[in-house]
Design a protein around this ligand. Sequence first.
Ligand SMILES: Cc1ncc(COP(=O)(O)O)c(C=O)c1O
Length: 390
Amino acid sequence: MAKQFEQSTLGVRAGTARTKFNEHSEALFLTSSFVFDNAEQAAARFTGGDGGFVYSRFTNPTVTMFQDRLAALEGAEACVATASGMSAILAMSMALLKAGDHVLCSYAVFGATVQLYSTILSRFGVETTFVSPIGVEDWHRAARPNTKLFFLETPSNPLGEVSDIAAIAAVAKKAGALLVVDNALCTPALQRPLEFGADLVIHSATKYLDGQGRVLGGAVLGAKGPAMDAVFGFLRTAGPSLSPFNAWVILKGMETLELRMLAQSARALELARWLEGHAKVSRVHYPGLASNPQHALAMRQQRAGGAIVSFEVKGGRDAAWKVIDATKLISITGNLGDVKTTITHPATTTHGRITPEARAAAGITGGLVRVAVGLEALEDLKADLARGLG
Ligand SMILES: Cc1ncc(COP(=O)(O)O)c(C=O)c1O
């Protein structure tokens, strides 16, 4: 189906598999195991020989529909669904790394990803070096003979820095490493990293794939072959599996993915333009703005700028908190990817646990505010922010 149809069609249709009842909406299979006709069939299923369903830790029809739909959208041959975005990163890392290996990771990735590599995988002998998401040369210089993975998120959160996927993929290839791109913020509706040379794609389906802040989920995608086989093998053995219920919710969310991503990006662009002209705002970080230094690269890789807009309020932390506290409509929460607009102060929430020096190096200032734009009317969002901006 993937090659024949456009993204919006794939989002609605890809992966659907009907049962003998011919239901129109995708069925939810709440069952932990599947029944076999006889011992011979059971034996064949356990070896994977006959392709049938066995046990929902690693095979479930609703989860398979989710995997097939997301694979079609990303242009990937294989997809392994996981319980959350972090378990996707864990499963991928556990499948592909061993003690003595080295990872190059952008320093502008989700905080828990930094923690996973720097405090957990380090205990198992995997060393990680953090590098700039935008300095292609830095990746080249930091690569070592034992570097197995390059990991990045683009655009980064909260500053919207854009990594050149094709250029970093070329460096990874030369270094004999795999490039893994976390595509949670753009989703395949806006960006398909495999087309630019990434080897694997990660998703926190919790974000825009669900799109309505209901459930957690994740996925690893890539070409059929040893890497994806190893990820599936880890999932089958260790069990960080996506629940069929969550798969079903996200599957329905994906039906409106393209519409939402384009509409939320359009609102984000308008909001960014308005903020750029506001006297109390010293800087706006949004790759969709023509004034953004990485705008051209962003537009080569992405169909739109995405829905995350960060801006620096004149007056530092107190002024930023005033903007947040004056909101009556926008939700004060760390989550993003919802049709409900959310607002957060990165320096004291998402990036509150890192040292002040590391925060400064990452460009997270006291005055920085992050807005994850949803689907409310633009005028209402502006009015909500204008109250605290004064
Ligand atoms: C870019 C990115 N990757 C991964 C994650 C982790 O996903 P989850 O919360 O589903 O484990 C997040 C969560 O915010 C994220 O923003």
